[in-house]
Design a protein around this ligand. Structure first.
Ligand code: CMP
Length: 139
C-alpha cells in the first residue's frame, strides 16, 4: 500500500554537506519527498522525540548529538514506505549494514548514523505529527 514515513537527515550529514546525496539515495530507492524542512532541534524537542529511549545509557549523548547542528526532517511517501525506507537506510549500526545502504556508505558510527526512519505505522504517524502540520505535506 502507499504509505508515509518520517525521516531525519542527522547532524553528521548536514555537517558534511551530504544531504543531497542522502535524498538521492531515498529517491533512487523509490521514495518521494512530500515534505521537508531544515531545522535546529531544541533539547526539549530531541528529548520528546526520543522519549522511548530515555532510560537507555546513550540517551544523553543522543540528545546532544541530535542538537549539535541542523537536521533535515522529511515525510517520505511510497509503496510500503516504512519498510522500504528501513531497507534503504540499512542497520542502525553501520558495521552491520548491507552494502549500498545509506548507513553503510555514509554513516560515521552507531550514533552518528546519518538518518532516522520510523519503525512502524503508528510511530510514523506520531513522528510526522511531531514535526509537520497537514498543510506542510504536499503529496
Ligand atoms: P535512530 O534510528 O534515530 O534511533 C535511536 C538512535 O539512537 C539511533 O538511531 C542511533 O543514532 C542511536 N543509538 C542507538 N543505539 C545506540 C547505541 N548502542 N549507542 C549509541 N547510540 C545509539
Amino acid at each position: 500500500a502507499l504509505e508515509r514515513t518520517f525521516s531525519i537527515i542527522k547532524p553528521d550529514a548536514t555537517r558534511r554537506n551530504i544531504t543531497g546525496k542522502v535524498v538521492s539515495m531515498l529517491e533512487e530507492g523509490g521514495l518521494r519527498v512530500i515534505a521537508q524542512k531544515r531545522i535546529q532541534m531544541t533539547k526539549e524537542q530531541a528529548e520528546g522525540f526520543y522519549a522511548v529511549h530515555k532510560e537507555r545509557p546513550f540517551f544523553g549523548d543522543l540528545v546532544s548529538f541530535m542538537t549539535s547542528g541542523p537536521v533535515v526532517v522529511q515525510v517520505l511517501e511510497g509503496e510500503n514506505a516504512i519498510a522500504r525506507n528501513r531497507e534503504i537506510m540499512g542497520a542502525t549500526n553501520p558495521e552491520n549494514a548491507d552494502a549500498g545502504t545509506i548507513r553503510k556508505e555514509l554513516a560515521e558510527s552507531i550514533e552518528a548514523n546519518t538518518v532516522h526512519g520510523s519503525d512502524a505505522p503508528e510511530t510514523a504517524k506520531d513522528e510526522i505529527a511531531y514535526f509537520f502540520s497537514e498543510d506542510e505535506i504536499v503529496g
